[in-house]
Design a protein around this ligand. Structure first.
Ligand SMILES: Nc1nc2c(c(=O)[nH]1)N[C@H]1C(S)=C(S)[C@@H](COP(=O)(O)O)O[C@H]1N2
Ligand SMILES: [Mo]
Length: 366
């Protein structure tokens, strides 16, 4: 008996041409780049729904309008002359892990690599909204990107909303620099929203307009996409904060094509990063035997909340094949599940990563 995959999903491991087309545009972060506290530009993952807009930064401005007392039009210089904040923030795509599910949603086929930590510079969002003066009847604030396309059969600009409470309390920034330089085109030049601790879809790139509204925003990226549902008819739970997750830098060297790992026998330092939308990580456990036994890794203290923490554990690699796993627990006590929990859109998959390594003296020279 065969069970049919729901509409918009596909079962099995075969990648479709459209998924490949998305995957070549939207790259992940090579996991070895977890060695850097701040991900170098170009190694941070990338997710662009439509096309990267070509923006003339001199002519660009940000409009703050809608249900406000004083509509604002701000240039980049206006934003740069406001209060400045620089902070490392780990960002993850809500679809990270999607391609581990079967059936999987036909979309960007991430395995585990849709992550990165930028050092973002910008100005706090809330004081800008205070200057504009939100009317008391505002229930949603809509952030509109310059990029547009067609999704769910509807033409749209990429746009997402936050409630006034979220805009005030989540530490959101309007950012114009990444790692000390103006935002590169692919990461939102000249301005993006950044909501620390939330999945990436909230952090609208190429921001051109912020509109305060006295009705709930019902745009595609809010009402249809980025919701946890098991059935297309469900309203679903909106995605907000990142679930707890850890990843390991795959040790040793890879086979070029299969990416299978080879490690020499002897002591090896296993290392990686862990993060959570709850703020900080309290524990990382590592198993070298597929989850039968676990050892606590050393975890660096959190420098600031919402930036990943490095962990490490010395492992005595014995000849043979081993299934390495890391498992993080955050400050709320939430722990990564051992198996992925299926949902229709393939969102918020935070199950543990398995790294299979062959410990051998051959091939020599490694
Ligand atoms: N305007 C706009 N903003 C956007 C997107 C987009 O396609 N257009 N993609 C979102 C998604 S789904 C993610 S995961 C993050 C990715 O940010 P990055 O490409 O800078 O890593 O940007 C978000 N902001
Ligand atoms: Mo995303």
């Amino acid at each position: 008996m065969t069970t049919e995959a729901p509409a918009g999903t596909v079962a099995g491991d075969q990648i479709t041409r459209e998924e490949l087309q998305l995957a070549t545009r939207n790259h992940g972060m090579p996991l070895e780049a977890m060695r850097y506290d701040v991900t170098p530009i170009g190694l941070h993952y990338l997710l662009v729904h439509y096309d990267i807009p070509f923006v003339d930064g001199e002519a660009w401005h940000l409009d703050v309008d809608g249900d406000v007392e004083r509509p604002l039009r701000l240039t980049i210089d206006d934003l740069r002359s406001r209060e400045t904040e620089t902070r490392p923030v780990t960002m993850e795509c809500a679809g990270n892990g999607r391609a581990q599910l079967s059936p999987r949603a036909l979309s960007q086929p991430w395995l585990v690599e849709a992550i990165g930590t930028g050092e973002w510079t910008g100005t706090p969002l809330w004081p800008v909204l205070e200057d504009a003066g939100l009317s008391p009847d505002v229930v949603d604030i809509v952030f509109v990107g310059l990029d547009s396309g067609v999704e769910g059969a509807a033409a749209q600009h990429y746009q997402r909303s936050l409630t006034p409470q979220e805009a005030r309390e989540e530490g959101a920034l309007l950012v114009y620099e990444l790692n000390g330089v103006p935002l590169p085109p692919q990461h939102g030049y000249p301005l993006r929203l950044l909501v620390p601790g939330w999945y990436g879809m909230t952090s609208v790139k190429w921001l051109s307009r912020i509109t305060a509204s006295n009705t709930l925003f019902a745009g595609y990226q809010q009402e249809r996409a980025y919701r946890l549902r098991h059935d297309a008819d469900e309203v679903g739970e909106p995605l907000t904060r990142m679930r707890v997750r850890s990843l390991m830098v795959p040790p040793g060297v890879p086979d070029f094509f299969t990416r299978e790992r080879f490690v020499r026998p002897g002591p090896v330092t296993l290392t990686g990063r862990a993060w959570s939308g709850a703020g900080t990580i309290s524990r990382v456990q590592v198993s070298a035997d597929g989850g039968s036994t676990w050892t606590d890794a050393d975890v660096d203290d959190a420098a600031v909340p919402y930036a990943w923490q490095e962990w490490r554990l010395r492992w005595d690699a014995q000849v043979g094949t081993h299934d390495l796993i890391s498992r993080a627990t955050d400050s709320t006590g939430a722990t990564q599940p051992l198996a992925a929990e299926w949902n229709l859109g393939g969102y918020a998959v935070n199950s543990v990563q398995h790294v299979t390594v062959t410990v051998t003296d051959a091939p020599p020279g490694i």
